[in-house]
Write a new protein. Structure first.
Length: 150
């Protein structure tokens, strides 16, 4: 990914952050927004995780670029969450609404670990990246275990 592409993606994403809660005409639009943000985050995180796990050749620039995009996008999905989605959300457990504070804490933990991954990836040190990938993966698993239906 070129630096221009990363900046362009960031600018496009930023345009959605502020008005996100007001932009959804239908609950289905919020679901699409959330799913697409999570998809982009997962694809970029997955690229770094594959390198850390030895399943893809290590490329420091790709790792740094992908981690930066994943970090940025990790802030977006939560704008597509809301009580109105309860009846149309397919994979979310009802515990999200009953334990909203815990859910929000899990999201913040993931974002903090994603920021650490971005720093580690910028260093180019594969050992640091491996530690950070494991930490991000742990936060994802914890939240999925508690709040995502199987």
């Amino acid at each position: 990914m070129t630096k221009f592409s990363a900046v362009l993606l960031a600018a496009i994403g930023a345009s959605f952050v502020v008005p996100a809660s007001a932009q959804f005409a239908k609950p289905e639009d919020a679901i699409k927004y959330r799913k697409n943000a999570l998809f982009v985050m997962q694809q970029n995180f997955g690229r770094v995780a594959a390198m850390a796990g030895g399943k893809a050749p290590f490329d420091a620039k790709v790792a740094a670029d992908s981690a930066a995009v994943a970090e940025f996008v990790s802030n977006l999905p939560w704008k597509g969450m809301g009580q109105v989605l309860t009846k149309v959300t397919l994979k979310a457990k009802p515990e999200i609404w009953a334990k909203k504070t815990k859910f929000d804490d899990e999201a913040r933990k993931m974002q903090a670990e994603m920021a650490k991954l971005s720093v580690a990836a910028k260093s180019g040190n594969i050992d640091s990246i491996k530690v950070a990938v494991n930490a991000v993966g742990g936060t994802c698993k914890s939240c999925h275990d508690d709040f995502r239906a199987k």
